[in-house]
Design a protein around this ligand. Sequence first.
Ligand code: ADP
Length: 624
Amino acid sequence: MATTEPVSTLTDGTDGSASDDVTPASEPSGTARDATADQAAQGRRMLIGLLRPYRGRLAAALLLQAVGALAGLAPLLAVIELGRELLAPGPVDHGRAWTSVVWGAAGLLLRVLLTAAAGGLGHLVDGELHLSLRRSLAQRLGRVPLGWYSHRSSGEVNGVVQGDVDTLHHLIAHAPGEFTSAVVVPAASFVYLACVDWRLTLVALIPVVLGVSVHRLLSTEERRREGMAVGQAMGRIGASSVEFVEGISVVKTFGGAGRVHQRYRRAADDFADFFLGYVAGSAGLASLSALVLSPPFVLLLVLTGGTVLITEGSMPPADLLPFLLLSVALTAPVAALGHGMDNIHAAERSADRIHEMLSVEPLPRPVHPAAPHGDRVEYRAVGYAYDDGHPVLHDIDLVLEPGTTTALVGPSGAGKSTLAQLLPRFFDPTQGSVLLGGADVRDIPDEELYQRVAFIFQDVRLLRATIAENIALAVPDAARSEVVTAARAAGLHDLVQTLPHGYDSVLGEDTGLSGGEAQRLGIARALLIDAPVLVLDEAMSFADAKTEAEIRRALGVLCAGRTQLVIAHRLQTITRADRIVVMEAGRIVESGTYSELMAAGGRLADMWQAQHGPGAGPQGEAHR
Ligand code: ADP
């Protein structure tokens, strides 16, 4: 199956980054503490901002929920009244008893209706917010520089688009109901009980006071920070497992499965240690809180207090009934509020990450759109820095004449990919400019640019769609015959013919593609775009000679007559390039034809000797 994640993402994601995140959380520096507090405040602001358009409907949901919660007390009050009636000396007043039952049933019905309405409204708002957030995220992700994706894993992006948006669900659809009930029910119960007997009400409040005190001990700033760190570490583990699974074929191809798996396990173990420490720190207090708020403890207190009051004759026995039924309602919300707060904190963190993704600077659209005249490419004094102050390209001047092949060679990290990616605007240069047909690529509208510049980098992205749709990705209205012609030229047609649904086979469902086949699909895609300029990373990570020969043949068809910028990894493939550009440390250090550079005995000659041994001459077929 074709792979989508580079090995570096796998190793970066699992090798230490998760544990790096975990360790410092227990000993935060002042700056880290400020940063976490800022992040929480920022998350809160983001959340409020996200919910602002829905505040009217959320308020209505709260109101419905509040009235529903009050109505929900009616059955309990009815039971209390019924109890009083039945326990009272003398004959039972059937009329009063039935009135209590009817009021109780009506309250129950009202509660069901209002709670359902509040829940429905909350879910409607939730649905709208989800849709609008996912639309905005999709829109933004479609406009961010392509290069933004190269240092982000799909697990990370998915974590925000799917996971974080889902985390908001509880907050919008459930939390308002929980919170309203948690405030309204105990408040009303308190007032009622205080009217019955204020002394026993004070006894019933003891668990609440104890519970709140223990909760305060549990929700210190430090615990909050640790909770946040646990969330982040959990996110990392999630992201790295997605990467591990998605990239498993790459890992296996390069024989690193054991190593990477070990790293993943180490990250998971580190997380488990940290999590155990986090949980151990709070286990005692959490159990104490659970105990004092538990119904048996509350009932025990109330029964003891009530028995004392009844036996000394200062409270009628029937007054114990409301306490047995309602005192638990006083304590239950304390625990619910604790969980609710955890959910709100999680939602704040999610809102912060969503906001961060929505704030990624999109590639600026051209202010004064310009049309390229011709296909001459020119890098003019180009510099680029991924991070401020650390330029990886310096002062690059390079011209690709129409119809020529320029090969970029040099050691790993020399800046070849960065230089190549500036042409299809993976990033914009931080200095100088890249021109196509005399127009700055920043001024060329996207559609125009991508009709003129096609690129094939190492990882061909495949969509879960039919083979025909995958080939025609950039030209969706291409006729089937054009798709077939492109596939035929790319050497993919025979393979497609063997599939049960041919070009309508869905990738990932009906069939998968090997790395070499995916590469050929990428070539077919580029052939269909028929762009005059081609940026190509010709890395062939497919071991067998037959696959490589097939891809080379397909590339030969694709490249003929086009202006090409090729990142070359094996020197024998570039001997017939019109120009070879040798890069080192972000600069062009040599440039010329193969014979010129070999004759000059400079960097290329050294590299050639290093790859082929001293005195070796050119071999193999150049790709042009
Ligand atoms: P090459 O293709 O010659 O191997 P690259 O263009 O990939 O070189 O990398 C040039 C430099 O830029 C290297 O030091 C590399 O670490 C750095 N680099 C590449 N991609 C990124 C990125 N997404 N973020 C930060 N630094 C990067």
